[in-house]
Design a protein around this ligand. Sequence first.
Ligand code: SF4
Ligand code: SF4
Length: 402
Amino acid sequence: MQTRLSNTYKDSPLGQEADAILRSCVHCGFCNATCPTYQLLGDELDGPRGRIYQIKQILEGTKATVSIQQHLDRCLTCRACETTCPSGVEYHKLLDIGRELVEQQVPRPALQRSYRRLLQYTFGETRRVRFLLFFARLLRPLLPFQIKKKIPLARKIPLTEPGSYARTMLLLDGCVQPAASPQINDSAIAVFDRLAINLRIIPEAGCCGALHHHLSDSDAARHRARANIDAWWPAVQQGAEAIVISASGCAPMIKSYGHLLAGDKQYAQRAADISAMTRDISEVLSNEDTSALNTDKVGCIAFHSPCSLQHAQQLDGVVETLLKTAGYTLVPVRDAHLCCGSAGTYSILQPELAKRLRSRKLGALQEKQPELIATANIGCLLYLQQEAEVPVRHWIELLAST
Ligand code: SF4
Ligand code: SF4
C-alpha cells in the first residue's frame, strides 16, 4: 500500500513504525473473511482492511472523528485478521498507534472517560476485585437471576504442600484471576510440583497492564510493566528459568514488554529479557515429559481456544494435544477461530456485539454435547460460564485433577 504520511508523523518513530506496517498491506481483504465484527456488521469500516485505511487517513493528515473512534473501539483486538493475512501485516501494532492518535484528537465525553478509568481502577488490582466479589457473593442469594449468574463462585482444590526442587519458574498471579478463580493458579502449582518444578508467585508482581493498554492508557500500561519487571528481576538473576502465564490474555502483553519499553533507556534491556523468557503455561508443558499427568478419565470436552492463545501467541493446537495426551476426549468445535466476545473489557464496553459473539460461540462449543468446556483465559471463562449449560474450567484444572 502506498503511503504519504503527513509532516507531523513521517519522521517520528511512531510514524515510521506505522508506515512500515501500512506498506506491508496489499489491500487484498482476505482478513475480512475471519473478522468477527465484519461478519456481524457487514461494514467495511468495521473490518481490518477498513480500520487500516482509517488509521492511514489519520497518519496522512485527516483529522480523527467520533465515527473513526467508534470503528476502532469495536475492534476486539482478537488478531484473527493477523492469522489470516498472507502478507504478515502486524495489525495490532497499527491499531495501538491509531487508537493513541484518536485518543489525542477526539476527547471522549466526561462520563465515558470516568467509566473507563473506573474499569482500570477496579479490575487492575486483585484486592479491589476481591473486595467487590466478597460483597457480590454475600448478596448473591438476594439478587435477580440475570445478575446472580454473573458472579463467579470460589472453588477450592485440595492442596498438598509443594516440594522443593532444583528447577524454578515464576508464575504471574495476575489481577482478576486470583480473586475470581484462585483454583487456576493452585492447579498450575500442583501440576508443576508433579513435574518437579518450583512454580513461585512473586507477590509484588500484579496486573500485566493489558487492561490499561486496551483502554489506550499507554502510560499506565508502561507503569505496570516496570513494576512487574522490578518484582521479577531479583528471582530472574537467581536463575528462574521462565515467567509462566496461566491466563493466555496476559501472555501477549508481557511478551510485548520489550516493544512497549524500547524507548526507556533504564528498562529497555530488562524488558526485552523478560519478554524473551515469558511462556504461556501450555508452551512450558509441551516441552516437558507430562506422562505423570496421564489419566484414565474418559471426559468429553469442548476446548475454547482464546484469541490470545491461537492468534496473538500462535499456539493453536498446543493445549488440545496436552489434553489428548493426558487421556481426555475432545469434540470438534465449529468456527474455532472466532472470538467469544469477552476480549478484555470489550464485553462491558460493547455488550451487544459481545453477547452476539458469545451466543454463536456457545452454540458451536455445545453442539456435540460435551460434559465440560475448557479454556485458557480467565476472561473467556468468566464470560462463557454466565450462559453455558455445562461447567467451564481452565484446562490446567483438568490436568491437576488427573
Ligand atoms: S491486512 Fe493482510 S489480509 Fe488484510 S488487506 Fe492487508 S494484506 Fe490483505
Ligand atoms: S483484531 Fe479481530 S476484530 Fe479487530 S480487525 Fe482484526 S479480526 Fe477484526
